[in-house]
Design a protein around this ligand. Structure first.
Ligand code: DAH
Length: 353
């Protein structure tokens, strides 16, 4: 009995003194492990007389139970203490100002597209979109560009791959946004006023050409629309977009299969020490193609050219972005150079138009 009391006192104090869970485990092994002191006592029960065993057995069991309970209590206590220590040490001050984060910028093409949409929205135009993989009816034929027409070659068209034996009419990456005109008129009829911004593709690559670039198409159809309306609209747009009151546009007679008459439009500018100035000077920069929608295009889209007429135009978005924001090389738009993007990019919170 004395031995058991001594064991109990010894191990209870060791349990109390264990400073962490590893030390506590060592105490458990020393007492209750296979070769622990209490376990050895248990084993000695076998050599006792039945009378002795009757006394020693329950006493040993009680000792084992007491130590096991004390171990569990101490283990919980140590875990709580460890958690409290962590909580005291690791805490977040939610009132601190957050670390500054690297902010992304809007790409100039996105910015300019938004500006164009905002300006035309003020003039009553909606936005229409069409597919970038287009069939040759919408990209060419419906726009009065017949199979043998040279502009099919001029446009350096990307044709989609066809398996041998696949005899569907060719699909192309659209070479301009003009097919959206036909799709829109077909779906919604006349009158209409829309712009169609989007990506277009041509096999061409140098300082002023990339295989993918951006256009915005404009279309206004009604019973009484004339070339004069086209001129006013484009002047209004250019003044708003370039933020210059006295912009001069020059309408140069030109040819497009889908307009008659057709005009290319130049903007008056000057170059001073390599700096481009819009609105003054003796130079002209071409910014868009336009004209009165060809009667055949109207009838291809299911609109009666005897009743309706209107104008269309196609502006190079990349081009007017370069002009407005002084970006010298078109290719840089698509190189994803972070330094360039940070320099020419726009704050997402700045308003368009
Ligand atoms: N589609 C022409 C091009 O890509 C641009 C164009 C010219 C569009 C005249 C028009 C237009 O709507 O009337 O070069």
């Amino acid at each position: 009995m004395d031995t058991l009391d001594a064991l109990k006192t010894k191990y209870l104090s060791k349990i109390e003194g264990a400073g962490d869970e590893t030390a506590l485990e060592e105490v458990r092994v020393a007492a209750l492990g296979k070769k622990g002191e209490v376990s050895l006592q248990m084993r000695s029960l076998g050599q006792m007389s039945p009378e002795e065993r009757q006394v020693a057995g329950p006493a040993l069991n009680a000792l084992k139970a007491d130590l096991t309970e004390a171990l569990a209590l101490r283990r919980d206590g140590l875990a709580d203490a460890a958690l409290n220590a962590r909580l005291a040490e690791e805490w977040a001050d939610v009132s601190l100002t957050p670390r500054p984060q690297q902010q992304g910028t809007l790409h100039p093409i996105s910015q300019v597209t938004e500006e164009v949409i905002a300006i035309f929205a003020d003039l009553g135009y909606g936005v229409a979109e069409g597919p970038q993989v287009e069939n040759d009816w919408y990209n060419f034929d419906s726009l009065n560009i017949p199979p043998e027409h040279p502009s099919r070659q001029e446009m350096d068209t990307f044709y989609m791959h066809r398996e041998a034996g696949d005899n569907r009419p060719p699909h192309v990456l659209r070479t301009h946004t003009s097919p959206v005109q036909v799709r829109h008129m077909e779906a919604h009829g006349a009158p209409c006023r829309i712009i169609c911004p989007g990506r277009v593709y041509r096999a061409d690559y140098d300082q002023t050409h990339t295989p993918m670039f951006h256009q915005v198409e404009g279309l206004a159809i009604d019973t009484d629309i004339s070339m004069a309306n086209l001129k006013w609209t484009l002047e209004e747009f250019c003044c708003a977009f370039f933020e210059i009151d006295d912009i001069t546009l020059r309408f140069r007679a030109s040819h497009f299969p889908f307009t008659e008459p057709s005009a290319e439009v130049d903007i008056r500018c000057s170059w001073e020490d390599g700096q481009l100035k819009l609105g003054e000077g003796d130079d002209w920069l071409e910014i868009l193609g336009s004209g009165m929608v060809h009667p055949k295009v109207l009838s291809n889209a299911g609109i009666d050219p005897e009743v309706y007429q209107g104008f269309a135009f196609g502006i190079g978005i990349d081009r007017i972005a370069m002009l407005k924001y002084g970006i010298p090389d078109l290719r840089a738009f698509f190189e994803s150079d972070l330094r360039w993007l940070r320099h020419y990019g726009f704050s997402p919170l700045a308003s368009a138009g």
